[in-house]
Design a binder for this molecule. Structure first.
Ligand SMILES: NC(=O)c1ccc[n+]([C@@H]2O[C@H](COP(=O)([O-])OP(=O)(O)OC[C@H]3O[C@@H](n4cnc5c(N)ncnc54)[C@H](O)[C@@H]3O)[C@@H](O)[C@H]2O)c1
Length: 391
C-alpha cells in the first residue's frame, strides 16, 4: 500500500513510518517540525538525542535500501495538504500531526487557541483534500482516550446504544475531556464522523491511551533511528517522568491522591495497531473507532510498579495536583477491536525491565531536574490574570 504518515518526524510518527516501510509499504512522511520548536520555546529536549529528519531517512536507506519520501510543510496550509495528497496518491493517510500535550494547551489563551487551530484546521484541510482528490483514501486518525474523560459508566468503542423514552439509537459516545488539547480531538472526531456520513469517507479514529516505550524493532537497529523520549512536565507523560526520576535517584512525584486511572499502550503495539488498521481499512462511509490501549492503571499503581521493579530503592511522594481532574473514579474500557484484528499486546512490566530503565540510565546525564517540576496549572484565567497583575 501507499501510506503517508503526517507528523512522521514525531515520537510515534517516525517509528510508525519505519514499521510500515519494513512491512513492505511505500511510505511518505510529512511534518513541519513544530515539535522541535516547542522544545526551543520551553527550553527542554528529548532525553534520547534525535537526528534531523534528513539524517534519519538517509540512515534507514543505508540500512535497508528502502526509500521514505518526505514533505516539509504545515497541514494548516491548505495548498500544502492538497499537494501531498495529490502528488503521493496514498491508499491510506495516518494522521499524527497535531499539538499533543494537555499542559501545553493549558498554558494560556494563546496556547489554547494555537492548539485548537492547529489541530482542528489541519484535520479539516485534510478531510477536504481527501474528499476532493480521492474519497476512497482511508484516513487513520490519532485521537486519545482522554476524549472520553472519566465517565461513571463503561467506556465503549466510540459509539453508545441509548434507549431514551422508549426509543433506541446509536450515538457517538458522549465526551467530557479535561483540557483544551483533548477537546481539540473531540472536535476532530465530530468533523471526521460528519465527513464519513455526508461524503462517504472511510475513517478509523484511534482513541489511543498513553504510549510508553522508546524502542521498536526498527529504531533499535541504529542510534540514528532513535525516536524522542519526552520527560519534561509539559510534554513528558507521567510514566516517563517517573522513569527519569527513578534513574536520577529522586522520589516519584504523584499529583494529588494518584487515583487517576488511565489507559496505556506500548509503542511497539501502537505501530502494529496502525499497520493492522491500514491493512484492514474502514468501509466507505464508515466512521470506525478503536480504543487503542492494552492495560489501565492508576497513577499511584504506576508509581508503585516503577518503584518496585527498579533495581535501586525508589521513594514515592505526593504533590498538590496542578490539574483539575477526578482523583478517584470509575474506569472500565472496552478495547477488543484491535485484538480482534490480531494485536498481541506487550506488558508494561516487561518493557520497563527489558528496555525503559536501560534507556533512562544511558541518557540520564541529559536530564534537567528543573524540567520535571510542573509549571502549568489548570486554574481559571481570572486567577491567572490576578496572579500576573500582582507580579
Ligand atoms: N504520545 C502519546 O502518548 C499519545 C497518546 C494518545 C494520542 N497521541 C496522539 O498521537 C499523535 C502523535 O503523538 P506524538 O506523541 O508522536 O506527538 P509528537 O508531537 O511527537 O508528534 C507530532 C508531529 O506532528 C508534527 N505537527 C504538528 N502539527 C503539525 C502541522 N500543523 N503540520 C505538520 N506537522 C505538524 C510535529 O512537528 C510532530 O513531529 C498526536 O496526534 C497525539 O495526540 C499520542
Amino acid at each position: 500500500m501507499r501510506i503517508i504518515v503526517l507528523g512522521g518526524d514525531g515520537y510515534l510518527g517516525w517509528p510508525t513510518a519505519l514499521h510500515l516501510s519494513e512491512c513492505g509499504h511505500e511510505v511518505a512522511i510529512a511534518d513541519n517540525f513544530v515539535r522541535r520548536q516547542y522544545d526551543h520555546e520551553l527550553g527542554v529536549q528529548s532525553l534520547v538525542p534525535i537526528e534531523p529528519l534528513t539524517v534519519r531517512v538517509r540512515a534507514w536507506h543505508e540500512l535497508t535500501g528502502k526509500q521514505l519520501a518526505t514533505y516539509v510543510g504545515d497541514l494548516c496550509d491548505a495548498d500544502f495538504t492538497y499537494r501531498i495528497i495529490r502528488e503521493f496518491r496514498p491508499d491510506a493517510v495516518v494522521h499524527f500531526a497535531e499539538q499533543r500535550a494537555a499542559p501545553y494547551s493549558m498554558i494560556d489563551r494563546k496556547h489554547a487557541v494555537y492548539t485548537q487551530t492547529n489541530n482542528v484546521v489541519g484535520t479539516l484541510n485534510l478531510l477536504y483534500a481527501i474528499a476532493e482528490t480521492d474519497p476512497s483514501i482511508h484516513l487513520i486518525k490519532l485521537g486519545t482516550m482522554g476524549e472520553y474523560g472519566t465517565p461513571n459508566i463503561d467506556i465503549e468503542e466510540g459509539w453508545l446504544e441509548v434507549t431514551h423514552k422508549g426509543r433506541t439509537d446509536r450515538v457517538l459516545y458522549p465526551k467530557r475531556p479535561s483540557s483544551f488539547y483533548h477537546l481539540s480531538k473531540v472536535h476532530d472526531s465530530h468533523n471526521i464522523e460528519f465527513a464519513c456520513r455526508i461524503w462517504g469517507l472511510a475513517a478509523t479514529d484511534l482513541n489511543q491511551g498513553i504510549v510508553y516505550g522508546q524502542q521498536t524493532d526498527e529504531t533499535v537497529r541504529d542510534d540514528r533511528l532513535a525516536t524522542r523520549f519526552d520527560y519534561d512536565a509539559v510534554f513528558g507523560t507521567v510514566l516517563n517522568r517517573f522513569i527519569v526520576l527513578a534513574a536520577l535517584g529522586q522520589p516519584l512525584t504523584v499529583y494529588g491522591e494518584g487515583g487517576q486511572t488511565r489507559g496505556l499502550i506500548d509503542i511497539r503495539d501502537t505501530v502494529e495497531c496502525i499497520r493492522l488498521a491500514a491493512e484492514h481499512p474502514a468501509k466507505p462511509g464508515e466512521y470506525r473507532v478503536f480504543n487503542q490501549m492494552t492495560e489501565s492503571m492508576s497513577v499511584r499503581d504506576l508509581a508503585k510498579l516503577v518503584a518496585d521493579l527498579h533495581p535501586n530503592a525508589v521513594e514515592v511522594e505526593y504533590l498538590d495536583n496542578p490539574r483539575v481532574e477526578a482523583e478517584a473514579h470509575y474506569y472500565k474500557v472496552t478495547h477488543s477491536g484491535l485484538v480482534e484484528l490480531g494485536l498481541t499486546p506487550h506488558l508494561l512490566s516487561e518493557t520497563l525491565l527489558t528496555s525503559l530503565y536501560a534507556v533512562a540510565d544511558r541518557y540520564k546525564h541529559r536530564a534537567d531536574p528543573a524540567a520535571l517540576r510542573p509549571t502549568v496549572r489548570w486554574r481559571s484565567p481570572l486567577a491567572t490574570a490576578r496572579a500576573g497583575s500582582a507580579g
